[in-house]
Design a protein around this ligand. Structure first.
Ligand SMILES: NC(=O)c1ccc[n+]([C@@H]2O[C@H](COP(=O)([O-])OP(=O)(O)OC[C@H]3O[C@@H](n4cnc5c(N)ncnc54)[C@H](OP(=O)(O)O)[C@@H]3O)[C@@H](O)[C@H]2O)c1
Length: 235
C-alpha cells in the first residue's frame, strides 16, 4: 500500500495521464478525478494499468465537483491525499480571435480557469489542515484561444506561490511549451510530440525535489522534462 497519494484533476487528458504515470513511478497511489466511467476506462488504457489508481467521478467545471471529492476523502470513503496536480483544460485553436464565439470563450474560461481554481479552493484548506509535507502543482501553457485563460492561471499561480510560502504546501506552476499527447496519439506524429509516458518524468522529478517551491518550472525543450529548469515566481 503506497504511503502517499496524489489527487490528479484533469487526470484523463494528455498531461493528466503524464501526472498519473509520474505519480505511480514515484511509488505513490493516485486518486484520479474523472468525468464518467468512459473517461476512467480511457485513463486505464493510456496508463496501461489500473494498479494504484482509485477513480472518482466529479464535474470539475462545477464549484461543487472537487469539493465533493474532498468531502468523501474527509469521510474516509476515498484515500487521503498529500499532493495535487491540476491540469483541467480544453484546447481551442481557432484563429483569428474575432472568430471565437461567446459560447466557446465562456466554455474555455469555465473549464480551464474556473476548473483549476475550484480544484485549488477545495483542496488547499484540506492539505493545510492535514499538516503533511504536501505539494500543489498547476499546469499552464500558451496556445490558441486557450491562452486567454492561461493568463489568468499565471496570475493565480503568483498569488498561490506567495500565499503558500508559509504553509506546508509546496506550490509550483509547470509552464509547458511542448506538445504532449497520450502515447498512442504521439506515436502517429513522428517524434514531434512528447508522449505522456515520457512527460511523466517531470512530475516524478518534481515530487522528489523538495527544494523547488513557489517556482515556475519551464519545460521549453525535450531535455527539460528530465532536467527541470525553474525560477521563483516572486522575488
Ligand atoms: N498537451 C499539451 O501539449 C499542453 C501544452 C501546454 C499546456 N497544456 C495545458 O494543459 C492543460 C491540459 O491539456 P491536455 O492536453 O491534457 O488537455 P486534454 O487532453 O483535453 O485534457 C483535459 C482534461 O480536462 C478534462 N475536461 C475537459 N473539458 C471538461 C469539461 N467540460 N468537464 C470536465 N472535464 C473536462 C478532460 O476530461 P475528459 O478526458 O473526460 O474529456 C481531461 O481530463 C490545458 O490547460 C492546456 O492548455 C497542454
Amino acid at each position: 500500500m503506497p504511503s502517499e497519494t496524489v489527487l490528479v484533476v484533469g487526470a484523463t487528458g494528455n498531461v493528466g495521464v503524464s501526472a498519473v504515470i509520474g505519480s505511480l513511478r514515484s511509488g505513490r497511489g493516485v486518486l484520479a478525478v474523472v468525468r464518467n466511467q468512459a473517461s476512467a476506462d480511457k485513463l486505464f488504457k493510456h496508463v496501461g494499468s489500473k494498479e494504484g489508481i482509485t477513480t472518482v467521478e466529479a464535474d470539475v467545471a462545477s464549484e461543487s465537483g472537487v469539493q465533493g471529492v474532498v468531502d468523501q476523502v474527509k469521510a474516509g470513503k476515498l484515500p487521503a491525499f498529500q499532493h495535487v496536480y491540476s491540469t483541467v483544460g480544453m484546447m481551442i485553436m481557432k484563429s483569428p480571435l474575432q472568430d471565437v464565439s461567446t459560447a466557446e470563450l465562456r466554455k474555455m474560461m469555465n473549464v480551464a480557469v474556473e476548473g483549476n481554481f475550484f480544484a485549488y479552493r477545495a483542496t488547499i484548506p484540506y492539505l493545510i489542515e492535514q499538516g503533511h509535507k504536501s505539494s500543489w502543482t498547476l499546469m499552464t501553457g500558451w496556445a490558441g484561444v486557450t491562452a486567454i485563460g492561461q493568463g489568468a492561471l499565471f496570475s493565480m499561480a503568483n498569488v498561490a506561490c506567495r500565499e503558500n510560502t508559509k504553509t506546508n504546501v509546496r506550490f509550483n506552476e509547470v509552464y509547458l511549451n511542448l506538445r504532449v499527447e497520450v502515447d498512442s496519439d504521439a506515436e502517429t506524429k513522428g517524434g514531434s510530440v512528447v508522449p505522456s509516458s515520457e512527460f511523466g518524468r517531470h512530475y516524478e522529478e518534481l515530487l522528489k525535489r523538495e527544494d523547488i517551491e513557489a517556482c515556475r518550472i519551464s519545460i521549453l525543450e525535450r531535455a527539460d522534462v528530465a532536467d527541470l529548469k525553474f525560477r521563483k515566481k516572486l522575488g
